[in-house]
Ligand binder design. Structure first.
Ligand code: SF4
Ligand code: SF4
Length: 351
């Protein structure tokens, strides 16, 4: 079945039931439905989707360029998608939140770590990740998507083309009844969902999850995270590349390993600190080198304390700084380091 030229737009819902956020999601979805060039779908919060959730199967089946609107920093969205096999090059987005504004003097290539291992098997298509917190004005999102529609197009494919592998019967049934997995169906084929977003949630519940997401444009495969984590979250693939192997073994609310990673490559998308949640790196309006901030002794000590809390909760012994702390970082604790110099430098600016 030949598809139509269209841009797929996916709205990833907020974790909570905040009515203002829900209203923005619904307002956008309704506007996109009326646009003949846009195929819109709603899925639960991307970060919470389990590997066999229908929403994830749907995302994996999209071919061509796609826009993903979520309540997450774009970097977090990009790497959550990447780990689930939804890969592509990052499309340029002009609508960004204050926390995520890039340094205009620095282009995208310069922001990547030249020693990073990168991701593999990236198809030649673009994924535009947009943070729904970038504006409270729906029109700004509509204008940005219209701009993207004008610079790209994608070919939608029929059901059997996008389902790869062997979906379970119930997953197939959910796809064939789009109102049960998606808030909005395909307006062209008449499968427009009549169910409300609340009904969608009732059909295939997701629970809130907590796990690290690796940014492979920063990760150098140093393995410090796997040494540090004593809960079996990390592993390596067949090519000996670090990966998050057991997502749900991670301890809810704890971001310890993100403080230990020397490349700031570990993202906890729901953490309240923007730099840990995947922002581009603005702290208090000043562009600073986050490796100084996270890599200093204080951060590692804090990480060790956070890890000890979780060990004790599990009935195990606290280990403090005795296990899994790289010598480089252990040595820096308690002595003056570059972070102190940086803070002193900021003080001198008398801001
Ligand atoms: S500590 Fe950071 S840079 Fe090193 S392997 Fe882990 S994620 Fe990658
Ligand atoms: S936050 Fe703690 S439990 Fe989770 S992956 Fe990092 S070190 Fe392991």
């Amino acid at each position: 079945m030949a598809g139509q030229k269209k841009l797929t737009v996916v709205i990833s819902q907020h974790q909570g039931k905040n009515p203002v956020k829900r209203q923005l999601e619904e307002e956008l979805a309704m506007a996109f439905m009326l646009d003949p060039e846009i195929e819109v779908s709603i899925v639960p919060n991307l970060y919470d989707l389990s590997h066999d959730h229908s929403g994830l199967l749907f995302l994996q089946g999209i071919q061509g360029d796609v826009v993903v609107l979520s309540w997450l920093f774009p970097r977090a969205t990009q790497w959550i998608l990447d780990r689930t096999g939804v890969k592509g090059k990052a499309g340029t987005v002009f609508l960004v939140g204050e926390e995520d504004e890039e340094d205009e003097d620095q282009d995208e290539a310069e922001q990547k770590n030249p020693d990073a291992i990168g991701t593999l098997d990236v198809p030649d298509r673009l994924i535009y990740s947009i943070d729904l917190r970038a504006s409270t004005d729906a029109q700004e999102f509509l204008d940005e998507i219209r701009r993207i529609v004008d610079v790209t197009s994608t070919e939608t494919v029929d059901l059997m083309s996008w389902i790869q592998g062997e979906p379970k019967k119930e997953q197939l049934e959910r796809y064939l009844n789009p109102q049960e997995i998606l808030g909005i169906g395909n307006s062209d084929t008449g499968s427009v969902a009549t169910g409300s977003i609340a009904e969608v949630e009732a059909e295939e519940k997701v629970r809130r999850r907590w796990y690290p997401v690796i940014d492979y444009d920063r990760c150098t495969n140093c393995m410090e995270c796997i040494d540090f984590c004593l809960f079996g979250v990390y592993g390596v693939d067949a090519l000996d590349r670090i990966l998050v192997e057991a997502q749900d073994s991670c301890k809810k609310g704890c971001p310890a390993c993100s403080r230990v990673c020397p490349e700031n490559a570990i993202v906890f998308p729901q953490h309240k600190t923007p730099a840990i949640a995947g922002s581009a790196g603005e702290v208090a309006g000043l562009k600073i080198d986050l490796s100084q901030l996270f890599g200093g002794g204080d951060a590692v000590e804090m990480a060790a304390r956070e890890r000890d809390i979780e060990l004790v909760r599990d009935g195990r012994d606290a280990v403090g700084m005795a296990v899994g702390i790289p010598k480089r970082q252990a040595d820096s604790c308690g002595v003056r380091d570059e972070l102190d110099d940086l803070i002193d430098g900021l003080d001198d600016l008398d801001l």
